[in-house]
Design a protein around this ligand. Structure first.
Ligand SMILES: NC(=O)C1=CN([C@@H]2O[C@H](COP(=O)(O)OP(=O)(O)OC[C@H]3O[C@@H](n4cnc5c(N)ncnc54)[C@H](OP(=O)(O)O)[C@@H]3O)[C@@H](O)[C@H]2O)[C@@H](O)CC1
Ligand SMILES: Nc1ncnc2c1ncn2[C@@H]1O[C@H](COP(=O)(O)OP(=O)(O)O)[C@@H](O)[C@H]1O
Ligand SMILES: [K+]
Length: 500
């Protein structure tokens, strides 16, 4: 999916919430079978569009309404002239409601999945399980799915690839890997959370006629991270502006052999539109930083006293602490001091790990302080600060980020291919425009700098994190595979340029 091209407000609903929307729509008088006919037609249209040369299809139907979609799709393909063989994972007599109607409207034979033979087919339509998957797939169905996997035939999935949890994106037992997934009414978390995202291929969102008011009524405060969520928060350059009106960010550097991370963050921040950026370095790192900095300023901040003196200048209104800084009590002390002021703080990398054994200290400092704080953990750092949430296999990454934001009082940007940003007030977005080559040393340091640049320009914390993740992804896409973090820092465009 070319995610950068997705525009608009896209709420993401869990399968459970989607089921409630579905029931509410039907109760309001909408014909459920009509929804299934539109869904099934969209699946057959997807197959015909993307595999026009296919000389035969197999359609795998499960026990519920996902299977019903399969019967409708099979009919559409057969009517278009494609030879179709349909397999059911259960006795078709077991089907109920709309799925039973769809079965009755299918004129062809229904084979048992146990007799699966794919040899004269070129495409598989997966309608075994969708939103109703609620336990690991096992036994004969799992075996048949393994046969499909080993056939290496392309798969088009109805709603979700079978075996992928729509709520968490986790694989339940075994899962089919689709080239295309046709989903209905809204995206589900499993389309974007890893590993589910890898199983979905291109995701096509189809409006099947469920009223928007029903979707809005079941809004779960979770959206895709698209520009429409925050475009009105992008800092606009003003004619009357000067460099201080665009904020002054301080980025803490580590000791003499650990200075690169801070410079990557500082450089990215200047590119992202901060008015001034100063690297704050201990005495041992002044020379190595000075050798590399021009537009970025440099100041010696070695001790608590140096930090107190620095904080006298009210114009330095935000900080990035953590990249290359070192793990230890000095880091915790600096973080606590900044949080006790009203300056914004991005706490990243070593700044997070330093609180491994005293996370509650950090959270109570945030609760007592007035500063907006953003925590930017990757999975390892997350498990150090929130070990119980990381270990709870029932939770999705969205649940974890939300619970972490609630507990810490900070905006949490939980990194990865499927970065989730959550605010203490419950809002959350999933960012999906990041290409895999962003996983390179120093890329997270650049992200921390971009967030800092937005914070010092007075963008609220949740939006600053969401905009920064999107900008980071866009820069990665623009630069292409093989980028280094140096390229990335150089390739960041200020948001008013990027989104003009
Ligand atoms: N949203 C909408 O507006 C529309 C939705 N539509 C479609 O409906 C789909 C949701 O339908 P659904 O609720 O019937 O669920 P579905 O995925 O077919 O599963 C059914 C049954 O599978 C079973 N089962 C579960 N796990 C299992 C396992 N591991 N191994 C074995 N069995 C397992 C379990 O039955 P159980 O055995 O527990 O009785 C469960 O009840 C949705 O994905 C979309 O495609 C469209 O028609 C258009 C309108
Ligand atoms: N597979 C991936 N696809 C896209 N982006 C990724 C992937 N893995 C990591 N990233 C992103 O790359 C950055 C890596 O940051 P981090 O883990 O802190 O590394 P570092 O400290 O080396 O910069 C994060 O923004 C993360 O979201
Ligand atoms: K499916």
């Amino acid at each position: 999916m070319t995610v950068s091209e997705i525009r608009g407000h896209h709420p993401i609903l869990t399968p459970k919430a989607m089921g409630e929307v579905d029931r509410a729509a039907i109760q309001s008088g909408i014909d459920g079978y009509r929804l299934m006919l539109i869904a099934g037609a969209a699946i057959s249209a997807c197959v015909l569009e993307h595999y026009p040369e296919a000389t035969g299809a197999i359609v795998l139907c499960g026990p519920g309404n996902n299977g019903g979609d399969g019967y409708v799709a099979a009919r559409g393909l057969a009517e278009a002239g494609m030879p179709v063989r349909l397999y059911s994972s259960v006795d078709p007599e077991r089907l109920k409601g709309d799925a039973a109607t769809a079965r009755d409207d299918w004129q062809g034979p229904i084979h048992s999945l146990a007799d699966l033979d794919w040899r004269d087919s070129e495409i598989v339509i997966d309608a075994l399980f969708g939103a109703g998957l609620d336990r690991p797939v096992e036994g004969a169905v799992a075996e048949a799915m393994m046969t499909v996997v080993s056939s290496e035939l392309p798969v088009v999935a109805a709603d979700l690839p079978s075996g992928v949890s729509g709520r968490t994106g986790e694989v339940q037992g075994v899962a089919l890997s689709a080239e295309h997934t046709v989903t209905f009414a809204t995206y589900k978390p499993g389309h974007f959370l890893v590993p589910g995202a890898d199983y979905c291929g291109d995701v096509h969102l189809i409006d099947i006629g469920i009223p928007q008011r029903e979707i809005d009524a079941h809004d779960q405060n979770l959206w895709l991270n698209t520009p429409e969520i925050w475009s009105d928060r992008i800092p606009e350059p003003k004619l009357s502006g000067h460099k201080y009106s665009k904020g002054h960010l301080g980025v803490f550097s580590g000791a003499f052999s650990h200075t690169g991370a801070a410079r990557l963050a500082a450089h990215s921040a200047l590119r992202a539109g901060a008015g001034l950026v100063t690297v704050l370095a201990p005495a041992s790192a002044i020379a190595s930083n000075a050798a590399h900095l021009t537009a970025i300023m440099l100041r010696n901040v070695s001790s608590d006293e140096d930090l107190d003196a620095l904080l006298q200048d009210q114009r330095m209104n935000g900080f990035v602490l953590g990249p290359g800084f070192g793990v230890g009590e000095k880091t915790c002390g600096f973080a606590r001091t900044i949080i006790s002021t009203d300056r914004a703080l991005v706490l990243d990398a070593d700044g997070l790990t330093s609180f491994k054994d005293n996370a509650e200290d950090l959270f109570s400092a945030i609760a007592d302080g007035a500063a907006p704080v953003i925590l930017t953990p990757h999975a390892g750092e997350f498990s150090r600060l929130f070990p119980d949430l990381a270990a709870d296999t029932e939770l999705s990454k969205v649940d974890r980020a939300r619970m972490a934001a609630d507990r810490s009082g900070a905006v949490v940007l939980y990194k990865g291919a499927d970065t989730v940003i959550a605010a203490p007030d419950g809002r959350a977005v999933i960012n999906v425009n990041a290409p895999p080559w962003l996983a390179t040393a120093g890329s997270g340091d650049c992200l921390a700098g971009i967030i800092g640049a937005l914070l010092v320009q007075h963008v609220p914390a949740f939006e600053a994190a969401a905009i920064a993740a999107y900008m980071h992804g866009e820069a990665g896409m623009e630069l292409g595979e093989g980028l280094t973090a140096d390229d990335l820092a150089d390739g960041i465009l200020s948001p008013s340029v990027l989104f003009e």
